[in-house]
Design a protein around this ligand. Structure first.
Ligand code: ZN
Length: 199
């Protein structure tokens, strides 16, 4: 396993969770919308659309990501051992679902840290929370990307080209948002993800 532990004093997961607690602790427990909003504020997080961009972001958080063969019905696993954290994602998963699974597992890793810091969020609903987090983060990232396309289309010189481009971008954005929202239900909900944790 090639998971790298955080350097001493640079546990980015701990820093993120501590920041969320410090910012929103007065109205704890917060919903996944709040966690997702804070997450996309991490440097580079809002532009994370593809699985490779998310893997880069995870590596900056000192979370190792590995694409592996997993049994059918199991899309992702996270393994935490002390400050070593690894997410295994089923490599046969479709693009779009991979990103969803990765974010789902990352949210579960956040939960371990929230718990450790005395501010747990999930009770018996960690799976539902992790699903909601993954959808909300991907919708925010997609919205930011499509907004950039809209700006480009709106700057075209020809009015007809501008209208056609805006219609195309709007249609693409709609399809993308529907696919993002459907990613969770498309996974085999019977055993979509699992986790393992040890000190
Ligand atoms: Zn899970």
């Amino acid at each position: 396993m090639s998971a790298q532990p955080s350097p001493p004093g640079h546990d980015q997961i701990s820093n993120f969770c501590s920041h969320v607690i410090a910012t929103h602790g007065a109205r704890w427990p917060v919903d996944e919308n709040t966690i997702a909003s804070e997450f996309v504020m991490l440097p580079g997080a809002q532009d994370c659309i593809s699985d490779s961009q998310l893997v880069d972001l995870c590596s900056r958080l000192f979370v190792d990501v590995q694409w592996v063969d997993l049994p059918p019905g199991n899309s992702g696993i996270n393994v935490c051992y002390g400050d070593r954290r690894t997410i295994f994602v089923r490599k046969a998963e479709f693009p779009g679902l991979r990103e969803h699974v990765l974010l789902h597992e990352l949210r579960e890793i956040f939960e371990y840290k929230f718990r450790e810091l005395g501010h747990p969020l999930a009770k018996n609903d960690i799976e539902q929370r992790a699903e909601a987090f993954a959808v909300l983060v991907r919708m925010r990232s997609a919205t930011a990307a499509w907004f950039t396309f809209f700006e480009y289309a709106d700057n075209l010189q020809s009015p007809w080209q501008r209208i056609a481009a805006c219609i195309l971008v709007a249609a693409g954005a709609m399809v993308n948002l529907i696919c993002t929202a459907m990613a969770g239900p498309l996974l085999d909900s019977s055993a979509a993800t699992s986790c393992s944790f040890a000190d």
